[in-house]
Design a protein around this ligand. Structure first.
Ligand code: AMP
Length: 560
């Protein structure tokens, strides 16, 4: 059994190391020595994840965390707030507070041994299971127990794990390469396993036993969705492919549907189980998809009385709604457009070409559900479909390579999207300021960041404030209240958890922000509840749009 202290020491070393290669070495040396069970836990922990599946939610916010810390360490919430203002980091607060309290007395808790990685995980399971009226108190008690037993260094990383933000700069890339290195496996095989299962712990165990290739698509386990790259123009996109499959790019939200007999599970783009919110999608799948078992990929579109797509926010309402679902389904009906088939009757189809997957899709699903597809190499024909899609209120077209395999989690050249509008950015909200006067009770403007994959850090790129009505501000303030980590004067630092889709006129170079870029006239387009922080846009994408806009238009506007 490996002690949690050893894990905390690893985190401290990794946190103090800047290069990814050194981080990979440290993590590899650590995971190499672990037993199967703790290997699975630590592989998740090191990425700041507690539970690999989105169905288990830890549900700890700053208020629960600081209450537990105050109780365990015998200090007041004022003292905690003061340390928080000075450090701006829940981990450092936990460290400072734990350092000041009386020395540990393990025997008093009925334990004589040190906290292990598995002990911490067990407590996190209890925390996630707490439900009902007294759930807050139960969560606090479990965390209090952990802090009660932890040394200052352990407390630092327990606090950060509880916030699921470890801040040591280990993301998917470092974890993948470390596992590959530890067990002498090719990084591509580790990545493949991760994209198929979404469970780095399971992947690490298979890497250890040399059985990575046995990992495959499994029904009722969401797999990462294949993504699209932004195409430049229709002719250039067509040139990328021998012959192209053109589909509408529907203005809706992605769904991955797992059908097993009469049982259906629906996963959102974030791989959350949204089955209960989308009953009509389950119904049409059962009625109109003739397969014993299948994993289907498609878009759910909310349609108004005129048959045109409703705004994205309406679809999100449907995805979020947990009660009175049927009532909302009448107001905001959803229509399913299937465009891919990943698995059929016990067999994975991901290595088959798109053309074959589509043929199979058409053979099992009612034609009403299957997105039309036209094979062509003629730019005029593609333009015609593009115009037709826009006229119908959709986003544009997808140009797909009919020979391509289904690449889970990949944003490659085999799916190109053509849209007329400037590409928006999906940015993480990391801070905010309180408003003034009439708006003093609202968080008014929001600090945005993009992800730097090299360092694993979030880098700020500016603020968004304009275009928000009082109603929106009040809703946002509610959303963010429990994510406040630190309050410094009018400014707050927020736990990175929410993605804003932001439009802007131009990306400019700037020395004001750590990304080195700033957005000109940023405007909030949507709160992307369907996206996770891991899906935030990266420095690489910001840089590439910056270059693209300069190349295309001297004024800096990006046009599709
Ligand atoms: P984006 O979110 O801009 O990267 O565009 C990719 C998204 O477009 C996918 O995740 C789907 O939700 C959506 N989409 C709409 N129509 C299609 C289609 N025919 N094929 C693939 N994706 C589509």
């Amino acid at each position: 059994m490996t002690s949690f202290l050893k894990f905390a020491e690893l985190c401290q070393k990794v946190e103090g190391t800047s290069g990814s290669l050194d981080k990979i070495d440290l993590v590899a040396a650590f995971v190499k020595e672990l037993e199967d069970g703790e290997l699975a836990i630590a592989s998740n922990f090191v990425m700041g994840t507690v539970f690999p599946d989105s169905e288990t939610v830890l549900g700890v916010g700053p208020s629960i965390l600081y209450e537990a810390l105050a109780r365990a360490c015998g200090c007041t919430s004022d003292q905690i707030q003061e340390t928080l203002r000075a450090t701006g980091d829940p981990g450092l607060v936990a460290y400072a507070v734990a350092e000041k309290r009386r020395p540990l007395n393990l025997a008093a808790f009925g334990r004589t041994d040190a906290l292990t990685i598995a002990d911490v995980f067990e407590r996190f399971i209890s925390i996630s299971r707490a439900s009902g009226k007294r759930s807050q108190e139960a969560k606090v008690k479990n965390l209090q127990f952990l802090f009660g037993e932890a040394s200052p260094l352990e407390a630092r990383y327990i606090a950060r794990l509880a916030m699921e933000d470890l801040r040591i700069g280990v993301g998917e890339g470092v974890a993948r390469d470390a596992i590959a290195k530890a067990f002498g496996q090719p990084a591509e095989l580790v990545e493949r396993g991760y994209n198929l299962t979404n469970d780095i712990g399971l992947v690490a165990q298979h890497a250890k036993h040399g059985t990575l290739s046995s990992l495959n698509v499994k029904i009722n386990h969401p797999i990462k969705m294949m993504l699209a790259q932004l195409g430049d123009t229709i002719p250039s996109a067509l040139q990328e492919m021998r012959n192209a499959a053109i589909e509408w790019k529907f203005d809706g939200a992605r769904v991955q549907i797992h059908k097993e007999g009469e049982k259906v599970r629906i996963y959102s783009r974030r791989m959350e189980n949204v089955t209960l919110s989308l009953p009509e999608i389950s119904k049409v799948t059962i009625k109109q998809v003739m397969a014993k078992s299948a994993i289907l990929d498609g878009e759910a579109v909310a349609t108004g009385d005129d048959g045109r797509p409703l705004p994205f926010q309406d679809i999100l309402k449907r995805f979020r709604r947990k009660y009175d679902v049927e009532k909302l389904a009448v107001q905001i009906p959803l229509h399913l457009h299937l465009f891919d088939l990943i698995y059929l009757d016990g067999n994975s189809l991901i290595d088959r070409p798109l053309s074959e997957r589509r043929q199979l899709l058409s053979s099992i699903a009612d034609s009403e559900l299957v997105a039309s597809q036209v094979l062509t190499d003629n730019p005029e024909e593609a333009e015609r479909i593009y115009k037709e899609a826009l006229d119908a209120g959709h986003e544009g077209i997808m140009i797909k390579n009919p020979d391509s395999v289904y690449a889970p989690g990949k944003r490659g050249k085999n799916w190109l999207k053509i849209k007329p509008v400037m590409e928006t950015l999906d940015l993480v909200v990391i801070g905010a300021t309180w408003g003034e006067g009439r708006r003093a009770s609202f968080l008014g403007s929001y600090r945005l960041a993009c992800a730097d994959l090299d360092s694993g850090k979030l880098l700020d790129i500016g603020w968004v404030a304009t275009g928000l009505t009082d109603e929106v501000l009040s809703e946002l303030t509610e959303t963010f209240k429990d994510l406040i980590l630190v309050q410094k004067g009018m400014e707050v630092e927020l736990k990175p958890a929410v993605i804003f889709e932001v439009a802007y006129e131009e990306i400019q170079k700037s020395t004001n922000y750590s990304s080195g870029f700033a957005l000109r006239f940023p405007r909030l387009v949507a709160v992307r509840d369907d996206k996770s922080v891991e899906e935030a846009d990266t420095m690489e994408r910001v840089t590439s749009i910056y270059r693209l806009q300069r190349g295309r238009n001297p004024k800096g506007h990006v046009k599709g």
